[in-house]
Ligand binder design. Structure first.
Ligand SMILES: [Zn+2]
Length: 204
């Protein structure tokens, strides 16, 4: 038997025995959420400092959205963020991007509107008290990747810890008003409970 085959068998046995020992040992604590959560700061993506302000709020809820427009893989998320800030201010008259955090197709997390200010919406729910997270793309048509799911869960868990938000107050846009947001491929993880399960595990 060639030497590399013997090596491969040996390695398989080592991996098998490692797996066995992990299964029978006490559950390994999950790493804390914050150190692994890398965010792209407003300064890093070219956010324009605000010239306007509105009354501040206290975070009590976390609410998940999608961008609602198809986001091809070659579209530049930074251009999108800059465009959204400029459109929000000039066309909508909002102080800033409507969301506090945005996640791109690769799972990168960007800071958007400062969280001390309530967000904005084109629909009719009261956004005061909500931390708004938006995943770029249209999840009626697109598929949420595992990395996006995980980054969304980590960001949600970090915010929930920071502001003391209970799991039952972590919802999606469509739980408040009639809308397709956050799209069926993202919403299905709320329907089957797996999203909040992951958030709960990350908070332990
Ligand atoms: Zn929404």
């Amino acid at each position: 038997m060639p030497l590399r085959n013997i090596f491969a068998i040996g390695l398989t046995l080592v991996m098998w025995s490692c797996t066995k020992s992990i299964e029978t040992a006490a559950p390994t604590p999950l790493p804390p959420t914050s150190p692994s959560l890398k965010m792209i700061s407003r300064t890093d993506w070219g956010w324009v400092p605000l010239t306007d302000s509105i009354p501040v709020h206290e975070i009590k809820y976390i609410t998940i959205h999608h961008g609602g427009e198809d986001f091809p893989a070659d579209k530049d998320p930074i251009q999108y963020l800059r465009g959204l800030q400029s459109w929000s201010q000039s066309d909508k008259g909002w102080i800033d991007n409507p969301y506090h955090y945005m996640i791109d197709l690769k799972g990168n997390i960007y800071e958007a509107r400062p969280i001390k200010y309530p967000g904005d919406t084109n629909t009719s729910y009261d956004v005061r008290g909500h931390a708004l997270i938006c995943v770029m793309g249209n999840y009626e048509n697109q598929i949420l990747s595992t990395t996006q799911f995980e980054q969304l869960a980590r960001l949600t868990a970090t915010l929930a810890d920071e502001y003391g938000v209970a799991l039952n107050l972590i919802k999606t846009h469509r739980n408040y008003v009639e809308t397709l947001c956050p799209g069926k491929d993202l919403y299905r993880y709320f329907e089957d409970g797996s999203f909040l399960e992951r958030v709960a595990a990350l908070r332990q």
